[in-house]
Design a protein around this ligand. Structure first.
Ligand code: GLA
Length: 740
């Protein structure tokens, strides 16, 4: 997979090629990334690309035909005639930040070395290229890592800095990867959002200038997802080339794209330099987090499918990663803080009757927490609410044949808590400045070993207090005043990253010590849906917005980059608590089935008719769950279409499930044909079940088609397609289940 010839590294497999060249100036140049090439013989030589002789302030070492301001590079610095956005910046003891990295040596390693203290992908079927670059003044060395897998269009990258000189250096910026393209005709696709509105797909033309998606919040954030795609303008869901990146990190990040004067494009992905710096003493090293690069020759669906497969096979860990996930009932929207043992047991009784599998006790079971003003940090049970403790409740739930889960928010503290009174300096803060509150809470300083020890110990006690099956790990605010009472002045800007490293250290220990607990991460909904978290926790609560219509957009955006099995999705009450909308029961259930299906409402209030319906859905879901959660996912309609219609296909070796949602009914309803994708044309697919929406208006359309028990060849389903019959009414949800 990795060859070195004529000063060029050629990384290739059946999905892509990536070529790096050592230049005559000993700089590491980027030569190619895209469809696989059998050989790279340099059909577009650098002499034809370089523009230095046009009289730019761009000559390097008196060579007017060698300009770093236009040559495509692998890990560029600013200041040596390259004025584009840099991949790194190192400050020397004398205050300057000039450096120059020259190629020194390389190693090809079978497999992939772990990244110490960081989440990262792994596998046996891969090779890693390590390239050593040395600063010409010998102040430091940078190692670039590239790993190629034989079963994937993914290339992972990271960088390691080692202080090899005798003096201190300060890393001001250390990207995980930079990629230069000798062209700029791209669309950018990014996922923007806010709390309860995460990961909305946005597609726009790359314009001259610098475009950035980033977070300074100490979380990957609701606002910008650590994901980017550069798509050819003609790329669609099914066709065309897409270059994408996903950052394996859960804190502040920056993805920058510069489209500059000569028509080149530079992509830089890494830690956010605005909230980062790192002092490196002689002989110390600093490892950046990993970035996952993904080339798709099969449009956006190809990109998403590769991310899903790669994350499931090469990033997610633990015994649950390939298992179907339990159907849960979470009491949050059912009771909020107002619950007691009796109410939770009543939910458990009803859950049992409906066929659900896991009861999750959310916020409010500890300290004296009856609202969000107090008790974060005091992880001992509130006996007024739960007189028999967690253990009593777990036993009661287990006796009913159900699993039990619990909510925690370990990284936080309320001022009104025993913990804060004992350790007011354990929070992120700056002396003399008031800390900023959010949801009445403050962020614990996990860069400190004593704080980490407390959190670890508290969680160990909770998780071993009873046979707990599932944990929801929340994080309900972002970092402000991210400074630490323990760090010296010259290290204060390390705090945010050190807190994330501290969190990773805690999670690594806990997931190993409690391998039988299924962990779901959460951050005020989906504020930390990132590849970093997936390494520790195989699912994430996608959003606090449980409205089925909003979820169509949120789950579409999330599915661009992250696997379906990782997306928590629950049925909630109407009018919906976040947006007040009343949607149909069928739509709420079908949308939730397109993630890890669960319920988040007072199920004891279901009418007899609703109970019968839920039982039917739960039974259906148990049958199709492997396909929905672990199958191949395809968007049949464009992710960013009119916002009124969504169609998704799920496929595994046994069946195909197709869902179609129409938000609002319209007059003169356009015909909608769904052409299925990726089927075997010669194979027969047997339509076992078809669920049209229930007739919703008095004189509206009615079901006319009886597809039941019909079989179709794959060629017909792909080319002639499935017609969506016209049934009037808003919030329409359809489902087709084909057995192979
Ligand atoms: C966050 C989560 C919710 C719920 C509450 C509890 O907002 O996203 O699901 O757990 O916290 O306070």
């Amino acid at each position: 997979m990795i060859k070195f010839e004529n000063q060029k590294f050629h990384l290739s497999n059946e999905y892509f090629s990536y070529v790096i060249e050592i230049s005559r100036g000993k700089h590491l140049l980027h030569r190619y990334w895209g469809r696989p090439l059998r050989e790279f013989r340099d059909s577009a030589p650098l002499q034809a690309i370089d523009r230095a002789n046009a009289g730019q302030l761009a000559e390097f070492e008196n060579e007017r035909t060698y300009s770093l301001d236009v040559l495509p590079q692998e890990y560029p610095v600013q200041g040596h005639t390259d004025f584009r956005i840099p991949a790194y910046r190192v400050e020397h003891e004398n205050g300057t930040n000039i450096s120059e990295l020259n190629y020194s040596s390389y190693k090809i390693i079978d497999g992939k070395p772990a990244l110490k203290g960081l989440p990262a992908s792994f596998g046996d079927n891969c090779q890693t290229l390590e390239i050593e670059l040395v600063d010409i003044c010998k102040n430091f060395t940078v190692y670039l890592y590239y790993t190629i897998f034989d079963d994937s269009p993914i290339l992972t990258r990271s960088a390691k800095f080692v202080n090899t000189g005798g003096k201190k250096i300060k890393i001001r910026h250390a990207a995980s990867a930079a990629v230069d393209f000798n062209e700029n005709d791209f669309d950018i696709i990014d996922l923007y959002g806010g709390h309860a509105a995460e990961r909305t797909v946005q597609r726009h033309k790359l314009q001259r200038g610098i475009f950035e998606v980033s977070s300074t919040r100490g979380a990957s954030s609701h606002q910008h997802s650590p994901f980017i795609a550069l798509a050819r303008p003609d790329a669609t869901e099914f066709f065309g080339e897409v270059y994408a990146a996903s950052f394996v990190y859960s804190g502040s990040f920056a993805i920058k794209i510069e489209a500059e004067q000569f028509g080149t494009t530079r992509l830089v992905v890494g830690l956010n330099p605005d909230t980062f710096s790192w002092l490196l003493e002689p002989n110390e090293e600093f490892q950046t987090p990993e970035v996952v690069l993904n080339f798709s020759a099969n449009g956006l669906n190809g990109m998403s499918q590769s991310f899903h497969k790669f994350f499931r096979e090469h990033l997610m860990r633990g015994k649950f990663k390939d298992q179907v996930r339990p159907i849960l009932i979470n009491n949050w929207e059912a009771t909020y803080f107002d619950f007691n043992e009796e109410k939770i047991i009543a939910l458990a009784d009803c859950a049992k009757e409906l066929g659900l599998e896991l009861v999750v006790l959310d916020d409010g079971w500890f300290g004296k927490r009856n609202d969000d003003n107090s008790s974060l940090g005091d992880w001992f049970v509130n006996r007024e609410k739960l007189p028999n403790g967690i253990e009593g409740l777990v036993n009661a739930v287990h006796e009913r044949g159900l699993k039990f889960g619990i909510w925690v928010e370990p990284e936080m503290v309320n001022v009104d808590s025993d913990l804060y009174h004992a350790h007011p300096d354990w929070i992120l803060h700056v002396p003399d400045y008031k800390p900023s509150f959010s949801r009445h809470q403050l962020v614990l300083d996990l860069s400190r070993a004593d704080v980490r020890e407390y959190v670890l110990d508290a969680m160990r006690k909770v998780f071993s207090s009873a046979p707990i099956d599932y944990v929801k790990w929340d994080y309900n605010r972002h970092m402000t005043e991210a400074f630490s009472a323990k760090l010296p002045p010259e290290r204060q800007l390390e705090t945010q990253h050190r807190v994330i490293l501290g969190l990773y250290e805690i999670m690594e220990k806990l997931v190993n010590e409690f391998p039988d607990i299924l962990f779901e991460s959460c951050s005020g909904g989906g504020g930390r849906f990132d590849a970093g978290f997936l390494y520790y926790m195989p699912q994430t609560w996608t959003s606090d917005d449980s409205d089925a219509v909003c979820r169509l957009s949120i789950q579409t955006g999330t599915g661009m980059a992250f696997p379906i099995v990782a997306q928590g999705a629950h049925v909630s009450v109407v009018p919906n608590h976040q947006v007040g909308r009343v949607t149909t029961f069928q739509m709420r259930n079908f949308v939730a089935m397109c993630g890890t299906y669960g319920f988040e409402l007072d199920i004891t209030r279901f009418t007899a008719e609703e109970k019968d319906e839920v039982k039917k859905y739960v039974e259906l879901y148990k049958e199709i769950r492997p396909t929905m959660q672990l199958g191949k996912f395809t968007r049949l309609l464009t992710a960013y279409n009119n916002g009124n219609e969504y169609a998704w296909q799920f496929e595994d070796e046994n069946r195909i499930v197709v869902v179609y949602f129409r938000v609002l009914s319209q007059p003169a309803t356009p015909i909608r044909i769904l052409k299925l994708a990726g089927l075997n044309p010669d194979r027969e697919y047997h339509l076992k079940k078809y669920f049209p929406p229930k007739k919703m208006s008095v004189d509206g359309g009615k079901q006319v088609i009886n597809f039941q028990e019909k079989s179709f060849y794959g060629d017909e389903l792909m080319n002639n397609g499935l017609a969506v019959e016209k049934i009037d009414g808003d919030f329409a949800a359809y489902m087709w289940v084909f057995e192979k």
